[in-house]
Design a protein around this ligand. Sequence first.
Ligand SMILES: [Zn+2]
Length: 377
Amino acid sequence: MVKTEHIAEMLSRLVQIPSVTPRQAGARAGTPGEAAIASFVAKQCSALGAKVEVQNVLPGRPAVYSIWRARGSKRWIGIDVHLDTVGVETMEGDPFSGAIDEGRVHGRGAVDTKASLAVALAMLEAVKARTKSLPCNLILAATADEEDSATGAPAFAAWLRKKGTTIDELVVSEPTLCAPVIGHKGVVRIRMDIRGKAAHSSNPSRGRNAITAAGRVVDALNVESRRLARQKSPLGSPTLAVTMINGGSGINIVPEHCSISLDRRVVAGESAKSVSKKLLSLAKRSCPLAIAGETSTEIDAFHQDQRSPFVKRMSQWTRQRPAIAPYCTNAWAYRKVARECIVLGPGSIAQAHAAAEWVEISQLAKLASVYAQWWGV
Ligand SMILES: [Zn+2]
């Protein structure tokens, strides 16, 4: 129903609009953030008959929610596609060329994840050109801030709650080679600061050694990590790793300060918030000195029951079995606002965040045929 060349051209246009997440934006990034691409998407969607709302997720970082209502239908389907991309400083060639050659579209965002946006926009154009309307209500959520601090997904969930809208079937767009992904772990990241007292190293008993105290915390975290490894779940075992340590100010000074950071992967059934609380209290119990923790990330796991009707239909249409992903996506935030949710998109995660990013045009065509069956057009 839609020409593949048309999707590729749309994707090329989207890639040519830089939208690098601001904290990864260097000299080659163009204007960072989502503002330019958001205004492009808003214009396109209004022209395609949608009711468009813009939400400023962070200052200067808008998300665009476009809604097509179907007369007489109570069914809501939704697509989450994040507008931001990772940095481009280490990329080969022009990161925003959008070049189309040898069956691929090239450039930052081509696979992660403007591809799904291009397919959706091109298909909505085709629907409009045939003066057809959709048989169900559709919301296309072009979300902000996925790649950095993941505030875009909870912002969209909060917006849906405020509207009183529950989505029946939601697809979160990420490169899965068009396989339906039904689960991934969540993550908790904490930095802990231990305060001791400095003293001359020739007389250590006059000080309080923050590094030695940190060692006790690291030991306790290792015990916890071995305990977690014995737990089994459909998403695998939860994990815990101490990933950074920093302390001391001179080779002849008893260290006054030491910080450690950890990364804890959470599984379905765990709450990221309570995991982070428990880790902080474990650290306090095992540390002989004052310790303070700062949680930077608190993301729940995502797990959709694979017996759900939507997963079954998507498996049929994609001719692929439901899979578990090793990486995190926006899907973690939608448990209360989407009845069924999967992660699905064209291209491979192997090309995401890479020095050369591209997507196969045949993958775009495959997603278009899956969407056509899903939308019923
Ligand atoms: Zn992505």
